[in-house]
Structure formats: structure tokens, C-alpha cells
Design a protein around this ligand. Structure first.
Ligand SMILES: [Zn+2]
Length: 239
């Protein structure tokens, strides 16, 4: 095999890895923002549930005050019973007391209903708070894992780039420039295998005569369809 084809093959495989790792590193901020989103959603959920609980607490206080007011009114009204002159006045007064008592019972029923609802609200809040606690610890774990992975990737990237730069010095400038141009034009894949008269870069046929030449691996040849540099490896060797 022409040495340059072998080198190009190797540089391509290193560059493919470089591209893969770069993409991985570039994805980090997006992943962090996804983690943030999940955490913020859990925080908003807790805030929402807490607002419902707080509103119910205030509502209950108001109702309790109202019941207290009614109660005081009843006591006052009952205290006036002995001051009443006529039977008619007495009857009217009793009716008024009954009315306020009914109102008080009504308020007390409302308090009971509200307290029942509050149990549900409390449960929902506790559930959301638990979910937030989990999300928070999960968030920190995920973030530290992500940063660790990123640091590993960056180190790996450094090594790969150094390796590919060293190899690239062994190729003629003309061929290397051609490779680099192809790499940027062909989405990171400039050197491809040719198998059974097919280019593995574009999956189009390679003319038989050209394929025979490619099989020799002794010249830099390109696919007539996609322009990528072709190399050949025995088809029984599945790699
Ligand atoms: Zn092709």
C-alpha cells in the first residue's frame, strides 16, 4: 500500500474521532441547560404547590375569624334576652339568634371542607418537595459527571490532535491540502474504503477500470461521484 494512503487512512480515523469528541464537548452547554430546565421545572412546581397551601392557610384564618365573630355575636345576643319586654320581641330575637347560629355552622362546615382539601394540598406539596430534593441531588451528580467527562474528552482530544498533526507532517503538502479541503467539504469524511466497486462514502458505483486501479492502493485516486479519496482492503477482511 502506498505509504500516503495508509497515512491518510490513519489521519482520517483520528480526525473522525476528533470530530466526534468535539461535537460531544460542544454539546455540553446544551446538556447543562437541559439539566437546568428540569431543575427549574421542579422548583416552579414546588412554588406553585406552596402558593396553593399558603392561600388555603389564609382562607382558613379568615374563616376562623368569621366563625369567631359569629360566635361573639351569638353570645351578645343571648345576653340581651333578659332585657326583652314583649313576647313578640323575644320570638323575633330568638329567630335572629337562630339565623346567626345557622351562619356560624355554615362557616364551620366551610372550615372542615377546607381542612380536608388542605390535606390534599399538603400531600401534593410534600411530593413536589421530595421530587425537588431528588432533582437537586441528581442535578449535582449529573453536572459533576458531565464536567468530568468533558475534562476527559478534552485531554483525549489533545492527544488525538497531537497524533494526527505528527502524522500529517509525513504527507506531501499537496495531498494533505487536498485531504483537508475534502474533509471540510465532505462533512468530515475525506478518505473512504472502496468495496465491490462501491464507494463507501457516497454508496455509488466506481467504474470497474477505476476500481482495478484503486485495488492496487498505489496511487491517490478519488471517487468520480463524491470526490473522496479511495482505498481498498481485501473484501474478506471485514473492517
Ligand atoms: Zn463516492
Amino acid at each position: 500500500m502506498l505509504e500516503e494512503i495508509g497515512l491518510l487512512k490513519e489521519i482520517q480515523s483520528l480526525d473522525s474521532e476528533v470530530i466526534r469528541i468535539k461535537l460531544l464537548i460542544e454539546k455540553t452547554p446544551k446538556t447543562v441547560s437541559e439539566y437546568d430546565k428540569a431543575l427549574n421545572a421542579a422548583k416552579s412546581d414546588v412554588a406553585l404547590k406552596r402558593a396553593v397551601v399558603d392561600k388555603a392557610i389564609k382562607q382558613r384564618k379568615d374563616l376562623e375569624l368569621l366563625a369567631e365573630e359569629k360566635n361573639e355575636r351569638i353570645i351578645k345576643m343571648k345576653g340581651r334576652i333578659n332585657d326583652l319586654k314583649s313576647n313578640k320581641e323575644y320570638k323575633t330575637h330568638l329567630k335572629e339568634i337562630e339565623q346567626v347560629e345557622r351562619e356560624k355552622r355554615h362557616v364551620e362546615d366551610d372550615i372542615l371542607n377546607l381542612m380536608e382539601q388542605m390535606e390534599t394540598y399538603d400531600k401534593a406539596l410534600k411530593k413536589s418537595e421530595l421530587a425537588l430534593t431528588k432533582e437537586e441531588s441528581h442535578y449535582n451528580e449529573k453536572l459533576s459527571y458531565l464536567n468530568k467527562e468533558k475534562a476527559i474528552s478534552e485531554k483525549e482530544l489533545e492527544g488525538l490532535i497531537a497524533k494526527r498533526n505528527k502524522l500529517s507532517k509525513e504527507i506531501s503538502k499537496e495531498i494533505y491540502d487536498k485531504y483537508i479541503k475534502l474533509l471540510s467539504k465532505k462533512h468530515g469524511i475525506a478518505v473512504v474504503r472502496a468495496v465491490s466497486e462501491i464507494c463507501c462514502g457516497c454508496n455509488m458505483s466506481i467504474p470497474p477500470q477505476l476500481f482495478v486501479e484503486v485495488m492496487k492502493n498505489d496511487r491517490i485516486l478519488t471517487c468520480p461521484q463524491c470526490g473522496r479519496i479511495l482505498w481498498y482492503e481485501n473484501e474478506n477482511n471485514n473492517k
